[in-house]
Design a protein around this ligand. Structure first.
Ligand SMILES: C=C(O[C@H]1C=CC=C(C(=O)O)[C@@H]1O)C(=O)O
Length: 453
């Protein structure tokens, strides 16, 4: 591995010198599976993804593409297109392996960041893993980090990765603060319903936070391991900026692009799981039959269908939604799919741009709802409810909507949850719903094994 990687680094340095712009060197090779594939200590550039049968773990950054504003997706897309076009690739590993990872802010403020990790391991449920090593060659200074050192760090990092996650221990003495208070948030829901009934918009998704002060910083590997085990049917993710890590277990896929096809998901409306079999079956029937829930989800399906139709042929969305069962809640959902008309010019980041924010996290009509939300919510959502995911060198990839998540900063975790508000929404029920949505992260952080609060 050292020799091959060093060789392509030298080639990238020469090409950067000739071309007068930075060039990436990316080496891919198969390695034995890594079990469990979990971060030991968070680093700048930690990225974790566990969805369906794909797990990704990455560290450090060979190149970073920060962006902000309404054009953030197009900016990153352009930068990645340039980098992927000039990249010097090598090694026998799969060229479709994820290469660019990261997250976009929900809003137009700063904070969106996609990066090419220095070291990335990707593995499917079966078969070997792929290791990718990357380095950036600068036209003047050549390769920034010594190639042999990057390879050595990868090997020692992988050796450290195979630590067993900490056994979960019940946490006592955590202090939980609601932001805003329950009363203030319910008043906001009532105001939103007033605007909906006055015809200003038809749906808005209003969020709130929980600040949890823990007695000590949570173990990231242990937390992710718990979420993967306890939240089947979700994508478990983490992205680290250095001192802070954003992590969660979301049921919502924003969009996946593979083999010229795009798939997105209309997810909305929430009811709790029942405590007995009969109760659970009754709640499932209630969700499917409830006019308000159906309306809330139909708004999302219609928007997704329209957004895909702009760039896809054969857009399919079922007439009837299905029920997605999760451990604490269930939602209505429909898969919306299409065949991309021009896969050469339409990659996954173009679809992310078209789709975000869907009415599952923003509102409808988009601008009217978001205009009100910006003033009403009074906090910066950051990466919560934004797109998080990965892209490969062929512009295929997968993005989730970062829900059921927390920003971890030392021993303080800030949790986020939001609810779709439509005509007839009841503030008390919406507040209870936020607790159900906080539950997976809260249980994983506190190991309280608790049911819905
Ligand atoms: C905004 C969130 O969930 C969305 C996704 C599914 C169901 C939702 C709801 O019932 O309100 C939300 O639209 C969240 O979990 O923070």
């Amino acid at each position: 591995m050292h020799a091959g990687f060093e060789e392509i680094c030298a080639k990238a340095a020469a090409e950067a010198g000739n071309a007068g712009h930075p060039v990436l060197a990316v080496w891919r090779e198969e390695i034995e599976r890594v079990e469990p594939l979990l971060p030991s200590t968070p680093s700048r550039g930690t990225f974790f993804w566990s969805s369906g049968d794909l797990t990704i773990l990455a560290m450090d950054r060979a190149a970073a593409f920060p962006a902000e504003g309404p054009n953030r997706f197009a900016e990153v897309r352009r930068a990645w297109e340039r980098a992927a076009r000039t990249m010097v690739g090598g090694g026998p590993g799969d060229r479709a392996t994820p290469a660019l990872v990261g997250a976009f802010s929900f809003g137009d403020g700063p904070g969106s960041l996609m990066w090419v990790p220095r070291v990335l391991v990707a593995q499917r449920a079966r078969g070997p893993a792929t290791l990718c090593l990357a380095a950036r060659a600068d036209p003047v200074h050549g390769v920034e980090d010594d190639a042999a050192r990057t390879a050595w760090r990868a090997v020692s990092w992988l050796a450290n990765t195979v630590v067993r996650p900490c056994p979960p221990l019940p946490v006592t003495g955590a202090v939980i603060e609601e932001l805003p208070t329950a009363g203030e948030w319910k008043a906001m829901v009532a105001r939103a319903v007033g605007h909906i009934e006055a015809g200003r918009f038809s749906k808005v998704v209003l969020a709130r936070r929980l600040r949890v002060r823990l007695p000590y910083p949570p173990d990231l590997g242990g937390l992710l391991h718990t979420l993967v085990g306890a939240q089947p049917g979700t994508t478990v993710f983490a992205a680290g900026t250095g001192t802070r890590t954003f992590a969660g277990a979301t049921p919502e896929r924003l969009v996946a692009v593979r083999g010229g096809r795009a798939e997105t998901m209309s997810l909305a409306a929430t009811l709790p799981r029942g405590s007995t079999g009969g109760d659970d079956a009754r709640l499932r029937a209630e969700l499917l039959g409830d006019a308000k829930c159906r309306r809330e989800q139909a708004i999302v399906t219609d928007m997704l269908r329209g957004a895909l139709a702009g760039v896809c042929h054969e857009v399919e969305a079922p007439d009837e939604p299905e029920v997605l069962d999760l451990p604490h809640v269930r939602h209505l959902h429909s898969r919306v799919r299409g065949r991309i008309a021009d896969p050469e010019t339409t990659g996954v980041l173009d679809l992310v741009e078209r789709l975000h924010p869907t009415p599952a996290v923003g509102g409808h009509p988009r601008e009217e709802a978001l205009g009100w939300l910006r003033a009403a919510e009074r906090f910066d959502r950051g990466w919560y409810s934004g797109p998080i995911g990965w892209v490969n060198a062929g512009h295929e990839g997968d993005f989730a909507v970062a829900l059921r998540s927390a920003l971890l900063d030392g021993a303080v975790a800030t949790l986020f949850a939001g609810c779709g508000i439509v005509a007839g929404s009841d503030p008390e029920r919406e507040l209870a719903e936020t607790w159900l949505k906080f539950r997976p992260m809260l249980s994983a952080l506190l190991d309280d094994q608790g049911g819905p609060r």
